[in-house]
Design a binder for this molecule. Structure first.
Ligand code: F3S
Length: 428
């Protein structure tokens, strides 16, 4: 049985209200199921709030009822109350843009419902961010800080690059932690569990963001179950943009929650340190042939028509929006093609200030915020002829759900496709 502090026991006894009591009850059950001996304090949380389609399983318009059923797993309607103040909580992606509904093919009614749900959690203490890249807007847990998040690529980023401690708990347990400020101490919350176990020698191209997307995708699909990958090789050190692609793709094809990069990430100054002096479970080369196999898995063959382009999976940085604006300037998206660029609204505001939004809109594109095609869902894909994206994660999931061809490539290839209305592709 998990040991509780006096404060945690008082919360469990209901001294701080029914909302926190319900959350810590679930955390205690979760800790006992995991065999955790104690709880740890959580200081950062990003949570999947909004009018997500799966919530429609509860036939009610009462958000308290929906929240209790789906997040607190309770048959009682417990009113949404204050989240834990010492844990900074912000929203992950929701199924709507922050401002508009028409370019997403949605109704004002659905947009209003999403805003209403977000407003309730906002009043309870959760900041609205609509971001799957919280580290781009200052929500960064540092070394040794415990975090929870519903975004799998963010789990890998925070563990691997910032040295923070967190597990892929999922939607419900992240909400419980944000409410009560505690999470079970288990898995990657414990330093000795963070050692790398599988070494990947990178012998394929490792220069561009596409290369790192494909490396992450490949490492994930070759990773033995429960492995923690260590990447090493003679490559220039990847920047944050390349790492966000790599980690999103890695977390798509595997359940990896951490990834060491020798000589770069804080717990991997050397291969020996990453392994903790132990022998690896496996040593795997990622070759150009593996790279090609992965490309074949995420990109349809041929040069078909495209009418939908999605850039920014994970959400774009300002630098990526700038590069897109500079690339598309004085060009024009083909009639009938929708070019969408996805970011959080803080980054979009900077894009507005710098004139990048105006350039992209003048070319016929949109910068959208708060979600992504995958999370927005059905309305983005109605009548889809063909799609192009620069996110391997997006391509992977959309290819598996739709019959229309899905093409994957660089931002430049995707913009070229938007201009031509046709995927021109190219050999990798
Ligand atoms: Fe973010 Fe959506 Fe990709 S949540 S990581 S843009 S699938």
């Amino acid at each position: 049985m998990v040991r509780l502090t006096d404060y945690e026991r008082r919360m469990l006894d209901g001294e701080f209200g029914a909302f926190k009591q319900a959350a810590i009850e679930k955390i205690v059950e979760y800790a006992n199921a995991l065999g955790a001996e104690e709880l740890c304090k959580v200081s950062k949380a990003t949570i999947f709030f909004g009018a997500h389609h799966y919530l429609d399983a509860v036939k009610s318009e009462d958000y308290n009822k929906i929240f209790s059923t789906m997040y607190l797993c309770s048959d009682k309607a417990i009113p949404v109350d204050k989240f834990e103040r010492s844990c900074f909580s912000q929203t992950c992606v929701s199924p709507c843009d922050q401002y508009v509904w028409e370019p997403l093919g949605q109704t004002k009614e659905f947009f209003d419902k999403n805003s209403r749900y977000l407003d309730i959690v906002h009043k309870a203490g959760v900041s609205i961010a609509g971001s799957c890249t919280p580290y781009l807007i200052g929500c960064i847990p540092l070394k040794g800080e415990h975090f929870v998040t519903t975004e799998s690529s963010n789990v890998v980023m925070c563990n691997s690059v910032f040295g923070a401690y967190g597990n892929s708990g999922g939607i419900e347990s992240s909400a419980w932690s944000a409410i009560c400020g505690r999470t079970p101490k288990w898995g990657l919350s414990i330093p000795e569990n963070r050692l790398g176990t599988v070494v990947f020698n990178i012998k394929c191209p490792a220069e561009t963001a596409v290369d790192w997307d494909v490396i992450g995708y490949t490492a994930g699909r070759l990773l033995p179950p429960h492995g923690i990958p260590i990447l090493q090789g003679d490559f220039p050190m990847p920047n944050l943009i390349k790492l966000k692609q790599c980690f999103a793709a890695l977390a798509t094809t595997s359940s990896a929650e951490m990834c060491h990069i020798v000589g770069f990430t804080p717990e991997a100054p050397t291969l020996e340190a990453a392994l903790g002096g132990k022998k690896p479970r496996a040593v795997i080369d990622i070759t150009p042939e593996h790279y090609k196999e992965s490309m074949d898995m995420i990109c349809d063959k041929g040069n078909g028509d495209v009418d939908f382009i999605a850039l920014g999976c994970p959400h774009y940085t300002l630098e990526e929006i700038r590069d897109t604006a500079w690339y598309i300037e004085n060009k024009r998206v083909a009639p009938g093609v929708k070019l969408t660029v996805w970011a959080d609204y803080a980054i979009k505001e900077m894009a507005n200030q710098n004139g990048y939004t105006a350039i992209i809109e003048k070319a016929g594109g949109h910068i959208l915020t708060g979600g992504c095609p995958l999370v927005v869902g059905r309305t983005m894909f109605e009548g889809l002829k063909g799609m192009a994206t620069d996110g391997a994660k997006q391509a992977h999931y959309i290819r598996s759900d739709h019959d229309a061809p899905v093409y994957y490539g660089s931002m430049e290839q995707c913009v070229d496709a938007a201009i031509a209305g046709k995927w021109k592709g190219g050999e990798f």
